[in-house]
Structure formats: structure tokens, C-alpha cells
Design a protein around this ligand. Structure first.
Ligand SMILES: [Zn+2]
Length: 300
């Protein structure tokens, strides 16, 4: 499929709106996008462990008769790049790109953890490939090897949980996409200041071109090298911090540089065709919902 550069779809969008007005079921696209953090392991029940929640939610979504589809499809629909039936669909994402996304790992306090990837394979083994034929998870990874090594050592258990060895296999699996969660998350554990005097700890300070290039375009280049010929085209704001400069200027205007087509925030509402492509809403597990009942209410 030909992908148009950012900013090129304005005219297409207005003609699309005319077409969509003739098909109310399409124009009513409402796709909740759910977000998980595989490093959220503080116990082994739904409320304390995103692996447990993720595995349970796959079954809940299926039981509710909803379809899981790739986030890419939601973005394609929004930008007028595709016209699929996304009625009663849900998209799944996970943030920070720890190895727990893909590999089963032993947590020092809470024992064996089934990866999000293998939770999907378990679901397929249990219910059959036809239960959710488009089952898919989009993983937003942190690009910089130095940043990941530092986070692993300073913030996690220093067990090599922030490697990139799984990116290619995941992106070629058909079940996962690897997308852009910035160069180093502007994480507080990084040496301060960052590029161009960037204070650490808030992504709201990524507020000029030099800082944006270092945090987003550099991440695109690194990730693309590791998943080629696939490319990252969706950004996810670290800390859900939606910098006004990024949302209204850098992302819309410098598509040739950063290659992004949409960006994910945390608006806690379904994505509709009226959504801001540079701040698409998501629901965050452990924040917007903490129980199957609460997720059921979101999805209803
Ligand atoms: Zn993050």
C-alpha cells in the first residue's frame, strides 16, 4: 500500500468525509485502543500484573464479540488510506519495549511471567486462529541502546530486560508491530541535561526542533534499521506528555524527517474519524481500568 507523507491527506480527508456521510456505519468508527506496560509486575493478579490483565482481556474482548485489529488499521482508516469495516473493533498496544513484551521471563519477586506475545499464542491455541483472525499487538519501543541499558540497570533489576534482540522476530511474526516511543523517553534516569539543554523527566520539554529531532527522528532511524524493510510510522508520547510543539508543529510539518503518520496519547476515549491524528486517545491498563468489570464498561 502506498503511504502518503504526513500533511498530504487534507484534500483526501474532505472528500472522504463526503463519502463517509453516505455510509453512517463507517463514519461512526469508534475503536478503543488499550495500552499495557509489561514491566508492571507488582503481584500476580489482574490489578497488579499487566500480563495477567492482558491474557484475561483477550478472552473478555472475544467473549464480548469484539474484534481485535492492528492499530495500523485504525490509523489507515483515520487518514483515508484504507476503508475497512472497523465496527466493534479494539486495538491493543504496549509501551516501553521491555523484553517482557516478547520473551517469557522470570521475575525475581513474582516468578515466571508469560510474555504478551506468548499470551496471544496461548489464546490462539485455546480458541483457534479464527476466533480473532486479526489478533495483533503494537509495541512502542525506546530506541537508544544506551538509554535502555541505563533504565535496565537503574530502574529495573539489571537483568538485561531492555534488549532489542526480539524486535525483528516480533515484527515478522504477524502478531506484533514495533513502533516509536522516542529515543530515550527523556527519562529522569538519563544524564541531565540532554540535547540542547533538555531537562530530564518530562516530555513536555521536547519543545523545539533540535530536541524533537533528537527524540523522534533519531528514534525512527534507529528502529527502522532494526526492523527493515518494515518501518515505524506511529509515535507514542512518553509519559503521555503531549508537547504542544510536537502536536501542532513538529509532527504535522516535518513528516519527511520523522516518518510518523500519527501519535498516541491517553485521552481515554475511542478513536473516531474526528480524532486528532497527533494525539489519538488510548485507555491505560492500571489507570483507566483496574478490573475486568471496568474494562467491560469501557468496551460496552
Ligand atoms: Zn513509556
Amino acid at each position: 500500500m502506498q503511504i502518503r507523507p504526513a500533511g498530504a491527506c487534507k484534500r483526501d480527508r474532505s472528500s472522504l468525509q463526503v463519502i463517509l456521510s453516505l455510509f453512517p456505519s463507517i463514519s461512526a468508527m469508534r475503536v478503543p485502543v488499550l495500552a499495557y506496560h509489561a514491566v508492571n509486575i507488582a503481584g500476580n493478579d489482574y490489578a497488579t500484573n499487566d500480563h495477567v490483565a492482558f491474557a484475561a482481556d483477550l478472552r473478555l474482548i472475544d467473549d464480548l464479540g469484539l474484534r481485535i485489529v492492528p492499530l495500523r488499521w485504525v490509523v489507515d482508516q483515520l487518514l483515508g488510506l484504507a476503508d475497512r469495516n472497523l465496527d466493534r473493533c479494539v486495538a491493543l498496544t504496549c509501551d516501553d519495549g521491555s523484553a517482557f513484551d516478547f520473551h517469557d521471563l522470570e521475575h525475581p519477586e513474582h516468578g515466571a511471567q508469560r510474555s504478551l506475545f506468548n499470551a496471544m499464542r496461548d489464546f490462539i491455541a485455546e480458541r483457534g486462529a479464527q476466533a480473532q483472525p486479526d489478533l495483533h499487538l503494537t509495541s512502542f519501543v525506546i530506541a537508544s541502546p544506551e538509554a535502555r541499558e541505563r533504565m535496565d540497570r537503574v530502574c529495573l533489576a539489571g537483568k538485561g530486560w531492555m534488549g532489542e534482540d526480539w524486535w525483528r522476530e516480533a515484527s515478522e511474526s504477524g502478531l506484533m508491530a514495533i513502533e516509536n516511543h522516542s529515543w530515550d523517553h527523556n527519562h529522569p534516569c538519563m544524564e541531565s541535561p540532554g540535547v540542547d539543554g533538555l531537562p530530564r523527566g518530562s516530555f513536555l520539554d521536547v519543545n523545539n526542533h533540535t530536541r524533537a529531532e533528537a527524540e523522534i527522528a533519531a528514534a525512527t532511524r534507529y528502529i527502522n534499521q532494526h526492523i527493515a524493510p518494515r518501518r515505524t510510522q506511529i509515535f507514542c508520547y512518553p509519559f503521555s506528555h503531549v508537547s504542544e510543539y510536537l502536536r501542532s508543529e513538529y509532527l504535522p510539518r516535518f513528516g519527511d524527517e520523522h516518518g510518523m503518520q500519527a501519535a498516541m496519547g491517553d485521552g481515554a476515549m475511542p478513536v473516531t474519524l474526528q480524532a486528532d491524528r497527533w494525539n489519538l486517545p488510548r485507555y491505560i491498563c492500571g489507570w483507566h481500568w483496574k478490573s475486568p468489570e471496568a474494562l467491560r464498561a469501557i468496551l460496552r
